[in-house]
Design a protein around this ligand. Structure first.
Ligand SMILES: O=c1[nH]c(=O)c2[nH]c(=O)[nH]c2[nH]1
Length: 292
């Protein structure tokens, strides 16, 4: 028997980067969390502690901040591609890189030049993988919380001895959407694509009469693929944020779908991928991505 080193990567996780661009008195901020991971000929450090091929995670962190100064950060996909290509292109031992970026949204307070509020916890995300001269971009959104107060049913499921759930023709449907979509290439208007994908998903959630969260999930992914030719595949993870009707009969009160208990946990967790049957091969796009 021999013991061998398996797949590995290393880097600096969750670098918090905020930039202020000044256009006269009007400022624009970008608030990012950037994680770098490098892969390659790294057996020496694991097996003998020889670090000759290890670009320090501290250097990776510094590179993130220096790059943010040397050129405008721009769209998160472009920034991630720049960083990943830099590490792979300048370090002989490094053959691959994975750059994860979350962008935290800030909104101007009443059109103010330099004051902002963070309205929601929603994040725009990207996960860029570089392997030699190949690049894959998987972008997405996290913590996009949505609710509809009607237009959702759930019935027709098997009843076994353990089933207590009541069938319903009218319930609250609420979820926190984590979506990731794989681009077929890298020649994309990232900002426009993101805005339109987000909008299509929200509109579909709102308009689709739902017989299950699974049906809604599929419809959202399908709508993205119908609307956006640059996207090859969509993966969605959607917790069913249950809202249970409170039994008010002890107080002589009817509850006509008006008073709910919003349960924190447990929650149903509905996950799935929707893709074109002729989608280009995913290559390394999804490997080691959290949540998928
Ligand atoms: O939309 C739903 N899908 C399920 O699979 C499920 N299971 C459950 O208890 N409630 C629901 N709702």
């Amino acid at each position: 028997m021999a013991i061998v080193l398996g797949p590995n990567q290393y880097g600096k996780a969750e670098n918090r980067l905020v930039t202020v661009s000044r256009n006269g008195s009007v400022h624009t901020i970008k608030d990012l969390t950037v994680s770098t991971s490098l892969r390659g000929d790294l057996s020496d450090t694991h097996l003998t502690g020889d670090n000759a091929k290890v670009l320090a995670t501290d250097t990776q962190k510094n590179t993130v901040y220096a790059f943010a100064k040397e050129a405008p950060v721009g769209e998160i996909e472009d920034f991630a591609l720049r960083l990943g290509r830099h590490f792979v292109g300048t370090q002989e031992a490094i053959s691959g890189a994975r750059i994860l970026i979350d962008e935290h949204a800030w909104e101007r307070i009443d059109g103010h030049d330099h004051a902002f509020s963070q309205g929601s916890n929603e994040k725009r995300t990207t996960a860029v993988t570089i392997e030699g001269s190949s690049a894959w971009v998987v972008s997405g959104v996290r913590d996009l919380v949505v609710l509809k107060s009607t237009g959702s049913e759930f019935h027709g499921y098997p009843k076994d001895p353990y089933t207590t759930l009541k069938e319903t023709n009218d319930r609250i449907l609420a979820t926190s959407v984590t979506a990731r979509w794989r681009y077929a290439g890298t020649d994309v208007d990232w900002a426009k694509s993101y805005a339109e994908i987000r909008s299509v998903m929200l509109k579909t959630f709102a308009d689709k009469h739902s017989l299950s969260l699974q049906q809604t999930l599929y419809a959202m992914g399908e709508a993205v693929l119908n609307a956006r030719p640059e996207v090859a595949e969509v993966r969605l993870s959607m917790p069913n944020k249950h809202h249970f009707l409170v039994d008010l009969s002890a107080f002589g009160l009817e509850n006509d779908n008006e008073v709910f208990y919003a349960a924190d946990r447990p929650y149903g967790l509905i996950e799935g991928s929707i893709l074109r049957d002729d989608a280009p091969d995913a290559g390394q796009a999804w490997s080691t991505l959290p949540a998928f």
